[in-house]
Ligand binder design. Structure first.
Ligand SMILES: CC(C)(COP(=O)(O)OP(=O)(O)OC[C@H]1O[C@@H](n2cnc3c(N)ncnc32)[C@H](O)[C@@H]1OP(=O)(O)O)[C@@H](O)C(=O)NCCC(=O)NCCS
Length: 145
């Protein structure tokens, strides 16, 4: 059975699972310290999706109405709907908080994530040249709520 939970406290099992999932992606660099700061910070939300009590994915976002910025999303394994379910929770939270715009940036060559966001209603609004490490372009995407 699947369920989504908000992470409000630092729990080593949860922290390690999130770091394990993020380590599977070349596009995410999330340190333990950063993750703990996100968990503690009142404007950042960390949510996880579990299947039969096993953590399969996480989403970190910054909510300051009327905007949300997606910081990181990752799942393992992928293509099983976990990412879309995390976004669906996010869309409900956006509506509940009178958010009218959700934005994110991603590596332009991260085609899987780009397709995933397009499928979930995001549109490309800009490209930032050499945004990552002064080397890789970033795609800025937005979904209006
Ligand atoms: C991006 C990501 C979160 C999507 O989550 P997911 O659970 O795999 O996605 P869902 O199953 O909900 O949605 C499936 C859609 O995602 C995309 N997708 C997911 N896996 C894919 C793959 N291996 N190849 C191509 N497209 C893929 C497709 O658009 C797919 O739709 P389709 O089946 O109609 O083609 C996941 O692939 C991931 O963790 N990627 C690594 C981390 C990352 O790059 N995060 C984004 C930057 S922070």
């Amino acid at each position: 059975m699947e369920n989504i939970a908000i992470v409000n406290d630092i729990d080593n099992n949860i922290v390690n699972s999130i770091l394990f999932i993020s380590s599977k992606s070349e596009y995410i660099s999330l340190s333990e310290n950063n993750l703990k700061q996100y968990i503690k910070d009142e404007y950042h939300k960390v949510i996880i999706i579990k299947n039969n009590n096993e953590i399969k994915g996480f989403l970190i976002y910054f909510l300051l109405a009327p905007e949300i910025d997606i910081i990181f999303i990752a799942v393992y394994p992928n293509n099983k709907g976990y990412g879309s379910k995390l976004l669906s929770y996010l869309f409900d939270d956006a509506k509940a908080n009178n958010v009218n715009s959700i934005k994110l940036d991603l590596y332009e060559n991260n085609i899987t994530a780009k397709n995933f966001y397009i499928k979930n209603g995001f549109k490309k609004i800009a490209v930032r040249k050499k945004y990552y490490n002064d080397k890789f372009d970033a795609l800025i995407m937005e979904k209006s709520i």
